[in-house]
Design a protein. Structure first.
Length: 395
């Protein structure tokens, strides 16, 4: 198998996808803009060959890189970055080279926040009412129906970037005064806890592995208000989440992919959407969950999710991973440099010597994930809460 992996050096944990593919016998062909001598040994050892481009934003350069690998190694079986930023470019390359996987027209549907709503509806999942932002006057007509607050966000965007909650007419005017050069949509505001259904599906859109995450604050609020970040991987996937998530994967006809589906769990009854506790669509991300979440899934589920993905890509089923090990809650806390915390890492380590990971996030990820982060796993939720209290306490 010839597998082109886009940007194997970033994020820094993504070399693991390449490493597991190579262990499964694949030729792993990397394309990136990092000079070869700047690649870590982990990245180098995970690749059969690496092609350096000056800019990954240049489609011509990326096209030439794929053409080179195609000429040297023969038919390319798969091409992926597993990175939301490159999803459309990945799909265009797959389309132009007739490589197995989601083509450009498919990816438009699951990267456009307006298009994806139709697929949620097809799966029977309620969606928030919305309109494209066109003018202050037309938006005001929509707001008469749904009331303030409303959410505005790019129709195509990465994560919660440039997403805002608008509370009144003055904030709506300010939004238009700032201007925007990409299509924006406006949605009714939904009061709910954000949860996810993450996993890997096979070539027949069957979920072969999954997990559930719970996010107390929304990523939008974290980014816009520079909040501290906390969320956890659940011990088990609630049955309702599994049923709804599996239907969404089928509706999108997603094949052989890592996925990250986001939902609201309603806190209150919401007219037209459901009762408190019901699940409502937020958005789909057809790539792994961000940051070190794949590693958190590994810690919490006692698996190797990178290997599961590689098995599905190579064999269309799990071959090299045992799913019967004990499960835990795996918790992430992202601190902010602006805060003066009571306890240092050394203090915390004395009480919790089993911390799984502790480090600083690269600047590009710090907006959504915090500056300094801690990852730890717990058998009981009450222990997780005690850890959270200690790591978040200020002087």
């Amino acid at each position: 198998m010839n597998f082109i992996f886009i940007s194997p050096a970033f994020p820094t944990n993504y070399y693991n996808f390449c490493d597991r593919l190579k262990k499964n016998g694949a030729n792993v062909l990397g394309i990136g803009d990092t000079p070869y001598d700047k690649l870590s040994d982990n990245v180098k050892s995970s690749l059969t060959e690496y092609y350096k481009v000056n800019s990954m934003e240049s489609y011509d350069e990326m096209f030439r890189a794929v053409a080179y690998f195609s000429f040297k190694y023969g038919k390319i079986d798969f091409l992926e970055s597993n990175n939301e930023y490159w999803l459309r470019q990945d799909a265009k390359l797959r389309t132009d080279f007739n490589i197995t996987g989601a083509k450009f027209s498919d990816v438009v549907n699951f990267t456009s926040k307006s298009n994806m709503k139709e697929f949620y509806k097809k799966a029977g999942v309620p969606v928030a009412r919305y309109k494209f932002c066109t003018s202050f006057e037309e938006d005001k007509e929509f707001i008469k129906e749904v009331s303030y607050p409303v959410i505005v966000k790019p129709d195509v965007g990465v994560g919660a970037a440039a997403t805002y909650r608008i509370e009144n007419d003055d904030e709506l005017k300010a939004f238009y005064n700032r201007g925007f050069n990409v299509p924006y949509i406006m949605e009714e505001y939904i009061l709910g806890d954000i949860i996810s259904f993450d996993g890997i599906c096979d070539a027949n859109s069957n979920v072969v592995f999954c997990d559930n995450e719970v996010f107390p604050p929304s990523i939008m609020d974290i980014v816009n208000e520079n909040l501290e970040v906390s969320y956890y991987v659940n011990k088990e996937v609630p049955q309702k989440v599994y049923e709804v998530g599996s239907k969404v994967i089928k509706a999108f006809n997603i094949k052989s992919r890592y996925f990250h589906l986001e939902f609201f769990k309603l806190r209150n009854d919401k007219h037209g959407l459901g009762k408190a506790g019901d699940i409502v669509a937020l958005e789909v991300n057809m790539r792994p969950p961000g940051g070190f979440t794949p590693d958190m899934i590994n810690f919490g589920q006692s698996v190797d999710t990178y290997q599961i993905w590689a098995d599905v890509m190579c064999f269309n089923k799990i071959v090299n991973v045992d799913l019967t090990h004990p499960k835990y809650y795996c918790f992430y806390y992202g601190r902010r440099d602006r805060c003066d915390y009571k306890y240092t890492f050394e203090d915390i380590k004395k009480v919790y010597p089993f911390i799984q990971m502790h480090d600083r996030n690269p600047e590009i990820l710090s907006g959504a994930m915090g500056n300094e982060f801690f990852i730890a796993r717990f058998e009981f939720m009450e222990d997780l809460e005690k850890f959270k209290q200690m790591v978040s306490e200020k002087k």
